[in-house]
Design a protein around this ligand. Structure first.
Ligand SMILES: C[S@@+](CC[C@H](N)C(=O)[O-])C[C@H]1O[C@@H](n2cnc3c(N)ncnc32)[C@H](O)[C@@H]1O
Length: 155
């Protein structure tokens, strides 16, 4: 379990499938952390996303929606993060930017999950992640679940 004292942050919401699960997980915790969802919905998914948010009552249960590009928002992000779910742009430079901008805000013992980062389907994501993993001494890989790589901040 992630520690308390920060937000759960989702980069790349698409139609809100994982967003809903993140709210379910947040609601099971005593501290009920905010879930921040970041996506400009440039792929035309905003209506479907908003339908998911309305159907599941996500706004009333702690969802904060940022209709924003993570590369932009990441430059000024300042809140502590207890769990970071990265599934936005899968381009190498963009993944590096998401990592560089958001991981410094992950609290000690906090968790990061990278979707589409194993299995060979998205080599850009895998390369960006591998470089970061090799260079950063602050995180430990704790699981690889199908195409999701999970890390815990240890320093
Ligand atoms: C693979 S989908 C996410 C799927 C979602 N996690 C799910 O499981 O249903 C990628 C999403 O990232 C978003 N995206 C792409 N570039 C982005 C960026 N720079 N910042 C934030 N979101 C971005 C897209 O709009 C798209 O909705």
């Amino acid at each position: 379990m992630a520690p308390s004292g920060g937000e759960i942050v989702e980069i790349g919401a698409f139609k809100g499938r994982v967003t809903g699960w993140l709210i379910e997980a947040a609601q099971m915790r005593p501290d009920r952390p905010v879930v921040a969802s970041i996506d400009p919905h440039g792929w035309g998914t905003r209506a479907d996303f908003e339908k998911t948010v309305a159907d599941l009552g996500l706004a009333e249960r702690g969802l904060r929606v940022h209709y924003a590009d993570s590369r932009e928002l990441g430059r000024t992000w300042s809140k502590p993060i207890i769990f970071l779910w990265i599934d936005g742009s899968h381009e190498y430079d963009d993944v590096r930017q998401d990592i560089d901008n958001f991981t410094p805000h992950v609290v000690r013992e906090g968790l990061i999950a990278f979707d589409d980062s194993a299995g060979g389907t998205f080599p850009d994501v895998e390369r960006a992640l591998a470089e970061w993993e090799a260079a950063s001494g602050a995180y430990k890989r704790i699981a690889t679940l199908r195409n999701v790589s999970v890390f815990r901040r240890i320093a």
